[in-house]
Design a protein around this ligand. Structure first.
Ligand code: UDP
Length: 378
């Protein structure tokens, strides 16, 4: 006899959304997570009144109405708009790449002048059909911006040369010929008031959750506990790396509380030169309090320096390395996962289960779609 309809392995965003929808459909659900907290990498912790994004900056943004309506059931969102700035050896540039960036870089004023500058640089570099991140970047914004704002940052974040990375990574960033520093092209954007953990708590309200519980080290106990399993951990680890290990990038944070009200005047500052060891510094209070505020309400601040490293066992995996070799290996694991579904009813979901550079809204969408598909059948 199975004790539950669904076992959800991982209390991150994918797991929490699926668990919520399954429970709402009247299914019995058990959620387990090997960490000692819910929320996966969107976990926030209240430190002296500031919600610290423990696993890096998470800014919710989406164009999907269904996803937006769904998340709003669990949180009230503030009107935070992400406008990170780039610091290249003390020179400050606006992100994403827009007229403010072009003006600062070249002194150009009109969109026509900016486009002309970019096409001159693209032609001089001889890029016709971009085949990798370096060529894609030069083709989109020219060599000057590539050299100062992309090359160093990307090599630090991914630990690989831009020529060895897929073009799609840089296409995540908008290139705009308007004076607009909004990092995302999204109709809906914000941060849940009270933090992400509170939002996930609401999704999991009334659902049994066991923390510090590792599916992989207690397989015998948990493999047969439910009719179906939603597995959101790393897919290669589930299969005991039988085809080889997939590569992930990991991130380490150096977090400090400073006794000044305002350290950098912005939530996110990217350090785009190759020498500074960190990729960005997050100042957590600015995710919540208005940017026109001088910070005097809270006389201290909390910052996190973000340092990227290759994933090794014992670290948290953050980003799948979606280069050709790892994508090909993932495809082989995906075949195994399809057989695992037929045999044991195990479904793989989320950034780690599907080895995809998902944003939060895409994770939620994928979980909603999967829930619609399975809950209709079961
Ligand atoms: N990127 C860059 N310079 C920046 C910010 C981003 O070159 O100042 C590139 C980099 O290759 C990065 C990609 O754009 O991997 C996507 O950035 P995004 O901010 O979407 O990454 P995330 O927030 O998911 O880490």
């Amino acid at each position: 006899m199975k004790q539950y309809d669904y076992l959800i392995v991982g209390a991150g965003l994918y797991g929490a959304v699926f668990a919520n929808l399954a429970a709402e459909a009247g299914k019995t659900v058990l959620v387990i997570d090997r960490r000692d907290h819910i929320g996966g990498n969107v976990f926030t912790q209240n430190v002296d009144g500031i919600h610290v994004h423990k696993y890096g900056a998470h800014i919710f943004h989406t164009n999907d109405r269904e996803v937006w309506e769904y998340v709003k059931r669990f949180a009230e969102f503030n009107n935070f708009i992400n406008s990170p700035v780039a610091n290249y050896n003390g020179e400050i540039y606006s992100l994403p790449f827009n007229m403010y960036t072009f003006n600062k870089m070249w002194g150009v004023v009109t969109p026509g002048q900016a486009k002309e500058k970019i096409s001159e640089q693209r032609e001089a570099a001889g890029v016709a059909e971009p085949k990798n991140l370096e060529e894609q970047a030069i083709s989109l914004v020219g060599t000057d911006i590539y050299e100062k704002l992309i090359k160093g940052y990307t090599q630090k974040q991914w630990g690989r040369a831009c020529a060895d990375l897929p073009a799609f990574i840089i296409k995540r960033l908008p290139v705009r010929f308007t004076y607009d520093n909004n990092y995302f092209d999204a109709a809906y954007q914000g941060i849940p008031k009270g933090g992400y953990t509170k939002m996930i708590e609401k999704m999991l309200c009334g659902i049994e959750v066991r923390l510090c519980t590792d599916f992989l080290s207690e397989r015998e106990k948990y493999e047969n506990i439910a009719k179906k399993t939603i597995y959101t951990g790393p897919i290669d680890e589930y299969f005991r790396y039988c085809l080889g290990a997939l590569k992930y990038r990991s991130v380490r944070f150096e977090t400090e509380k400073l006794s000044i009200p305002n350290f950098q005047g912005n939530a996110v500052v990217n350090y785009t030169d190759p020498e500074t060891p960190w990729t960005r510094i997050i100042e957590h209070k600015w995710f919540e309090f208005g940017k026109d505020d001088d910070g005097e309400d809270i006389p201290f601040t909390i910052i996190s320096r973000e340092l990227s490293t290759e994933w090794t066992p014992g670290r948290e995996p953050y980003y799948p390395v979606n280069d050709a070799e790892n994508c090909a290996l993932y495809e082989k694991y995906k075949k195994l996962s399809q057989a695992e579904y037929e045999k044991k009813g195990v479904v793989f979901g989320g950034r780690l289960g599907q080895y995809r550079y998902f944003d939060m809204d895409q994770v939620i969408k994928a979980a909603i779609e999967k829930a619609k598909e399975l809950l209709k059948k079961d």
